[in-house]
Design a protein around this ligand. Structure first.
Ligand code: CO
Length: 491
């Protein structure tokens, strides 16, 4: 890369922007008026799909996600479309069989998805192999992802090694994914510089303004030669979202790497998004709009914080907020310093609450046991020996060392039969959606059959939900008592 080549912006307003600031509830209808403008701006990519959007479409918006992709693709044919994929977990929390992963990647490619940003919460590259291969087979761009976090085992060397491994596996580019907004400008500089020196493929940086560092980190990354950065559009920008496009252009003023995006068009998109933001007021929240460096003390993503406050209040533990925060690094370390991103953010957060409520490791959630046993993949560091022993005892089995999906039988045939029995056309699109969200997809097709159209505006929840990304409920059974824990999606 030449040192003066402009940095390329990807735009995230149609995915991470509203996932981070409005619970992923933007409808296709709300996007339509500006898709053409976004396409005309000449961004490196438009992030239009994946993350929590698929779940949100089927669960809350009465939309077929593939129809959304078709529509957006038609209205934005020039710019590559990008999606976020959780590796072997697709868009869920646990691993799917290889044939389901292959079918979903093939169908996403068929409907026009161009760039697949593929990550694994544990940074276990074995969980990326199948998706990368499937995307390459479909002739599309497979972007390998380094989930950025800080810990004694997440050294610069470890990230460089992983980047080289992803390149070796056939990734067309790598992305440093800083889902919690933890990366400092100097670390962004050093990491990008090192990756650029060691890899032949392009390097992208994705961050969040949660702690207020992202725009400066982006700037430092451009100095180090980063190829692309992710920006969004106000008001679905800054705060827990990506830095705003106009802000980043201003930050790069007088830099040789400043790109050019039409100001009048950006202004038009912003004006429309301001209206949409108001329409989505049931899902927006001041706590997501602010930047707060407080999260850096505990290295806890912002989305988790606001949720914890509500959770603990509901459980009569409001005074335990600081204790739970302090417990999170303890749980992370014991579980091998796993990064906090969906689903590990939920797993660590839940276990931290259980530790505070019932005493440390007195009550273990099943997902935490599964992480310790290696079912989600290889943990970056070693799992605490005593905890591992306890988990093996509880589960009645030894830790696994093979890739999780190797233990799964092929799933498509059985799923196809199941989908057919529900009266749903068993296309690979429908079958893979059903694999991820069975009840929701069944209901969606019932609604479609009954003539219910996709919602223009997401219906407000009956009860004000915890804010942030899509919240999901985990049910835990403790001493025969059922506890519901709401957790955030972090992507
Ligand atoms: Co993100």
């Amino acid at each position: 890369m030449s040192a003066t080549k402009p940095v390329v912006f990807n735009n995230t307003v149609l995915r991470d922007g509203h996932q981070s600031l409005a619970a992923t509830r933007m409808t296709t209808k709300q996007m339509l008026p500006v898709v053409g403008d976004l396409d005309s701006l000449g961004f490196g990519a438009l992030e239009t799909w994946g993350g929590a959007t698929i779940d949100s479409c089927v669960r809350y918006l009465n939309e077929n996600p593939f129809d959304r992709l078709d529509t957006l693709k038609k209205l934005a044919p020039k710019t590559p479309h990008m999606m976020l994929l959780r590796g072997q977990n697709l868009l869920q929390y646990t691993a799917f069989p290889d044939d389901v992963v292959e079918a979903f990647c093939a169908m996403s490619a068929k409907h026009g998805m161009d760039i697949f940003r593929i990550f694994d919460a544990l940074n276990d590259t074995r969980n990326l192999v199948t998706a990368i291969k499937a995307v390459k087979k479909a002739g599309k761009h497979a972007q390998g992802t380094l989930c950025y976090t800080t810990s004694p085992v997440h050294t610069l060397e470890a990230f460089i090694k992983m980047g080289a491994e992803l390149q070796e596996m056939g990734a067309d580019s790598v992305c440093i994914k800083d889902m919690a907004g933890l990366i400092s400008p100097s670390m962004a500089y050093d990491l990008v510089k090192a990756l650029k020196a060691n890899l032949k493929i392009p390097v992208a940086l994705h961050s969040h303004s949660t702690a207020g560092q992202a725009a400066a980190a982006y700037y430092a990354a451009t100095e180090a030669g980063v190829d692309t950065i992710d920006t969004s559009i106000v008001p679905f920008a800054n705060g827990t979202g990506q830095p705003d496009t106009v802000l980043m252009l201003a930050m790069l003023e007088r830099s040789a790497r400043k790109p050019s995006y039409d100001a009048a068009t950006l202004q038009r998109v912003r004006e429309h998004m301001e209206k949409v933001y108001v329409e989505m007021k049931a899902f927006t929240s001041p706590s997501n709009e602010k930047t707060d460096a407080d999260i850096l003390a505990f290295q806890v993503p912002g989305g988790m914080l606001s949720n914890f406050r509500n959770q603990l209040k509901e459980q009569g533990m409001a005074d335990k907020f600081d204790d739970v925060l302090r417990e999170i690094p303890v749980v992370r370390e014991a579980l091998g310093w796993i990064p906090l991103v969906t689903p590990t953010s939920q797993i660590v957060g839940t276990q931290a609450m259980l530790n505070v409520k019932f005493g440390r490791w007195k009550m273990l959630s099943q997902p935490a046991i599964d992480v310790a046993l290696g079912k989600y993949g290889r943990t970056p560091g070693k799992v605490d020996a005593a905890l591992l022993k306890e988990c093996e005892k509880k589960a009645g089995q030894q830790a696994v060392t093979v890739r999780g999906a190797d233990l799964l039988a092929p799933g498509m045939d059985k799923l196809r039969a199941e989908v057919k029995s529900k009266g749903i056309d068993p296309t690979d699109e429908n079958v893979t959606l059903y694999a991820m969200f069975p009840q929701e997809v069944e209901k969606l097709f019932k609604n479609i059959a009954a003539g219910i159209k996709p919602y223009d505006i997401a219906p407000a929840p009956a009860k004000k939900e915890a804010t942030g990304g899509k919240a999901s409920k985990f049910a835990l059974s403790v001493d025969g008592k059922r506890h519901e824990v709401t957790v955030e999606e972090l992507n």
